[in-house]
Design a protein around this ligand. Sequence first.
Ligand code: VTB
Length: 316
Amino acid sequence: MSIITDDLALMLARAPIEAAIASSYLIGRGDERAADQAAVDAMRATLNTMPIKGRVVIGEGERDNAPMLYVGEEVGTGAGPELDIALDPLEGTTLTAKAKSNALSVLAIAPKGGLLHAPDTYMEKIAIGPGYPPDLVDLDEGAADNVRRLAKVKGVSPEEIGVCVLDRPRHAGIIEALRGVGARVRLIDDGDIAGVIDCTKPETGIDMYLGQGGAPEGVLASAALKCVGGQFQGRLVIRNDEERARARAAGIEDLKRRYMLDDLVSKDAIFIAVGVTPGSLLQGVRIGGGAIHVNAVVMNSATHTVTELRIRQPAS
Ligand code: VTB
């Protein structure tokens, strides 16, 4: 039997739940670092109470720069299954500091060896939701072609295709091409894990995610798609020697490789997201009337179970 059980998933959910609660006290206070630190402290403390032998493969950075939840750090009591852990205790530090929507606390796990050790570089990404023919979109095709292909299979015109893109100058060309073919472009300030997951939810109006975001976030988003279906392709963006060295240190040999979803997440995985600020995926943490309200989603690719949690617990 797989070690990736729903019981394990629900146990692990406590870690991002505590991280979300801790960072929620810093929503709108203009202090990104403090919000991030609160999330990191809470996630680490909670993970370390759990009966797992976890190793952080995607975390807060290299050991020298990240005293906690650094890549390679062992977490858990050590008595339990050997797991690869990818985490982003606060995905959207700026969103949190500015009280903008879609900040999440995120955790993904797989049996040892199941998650790509992505370096802290950018990744070119394309994602679509479930239910389409395999390899319908292609990272190496132009944005307009991908929209046309998707529209054709969906049986709609390109004008009805919504594409999510991070609002950055580096995406000017993609945005122009998308608008040129008639697509609706949703520009987001931050948070491309939520942007990718939005492709799986018709009510968001997003059909495709496109552009360069963090490589670690690419693996985390792929873990979610592995659970709920959808397609993802990614390629590292290596801009200089330092990034080349970072990728080599992470064990990457072919720096130009196009990663398919199963290359990024090669074994069954659990993906957990908890809302920090309100968003398309989840409600944010709310504190009032002596209670804390938290909304989480827990996904398991081994059982194809998606559990939504609405937690109310006493405010301490
Ligand atoms: C990306 C994206 C993240 O930050 O890492 C982005 O994947 C940083 O991009 O979801 P820039 O360097 O262009 O600012 C997030 O949006 C939030 O962590």
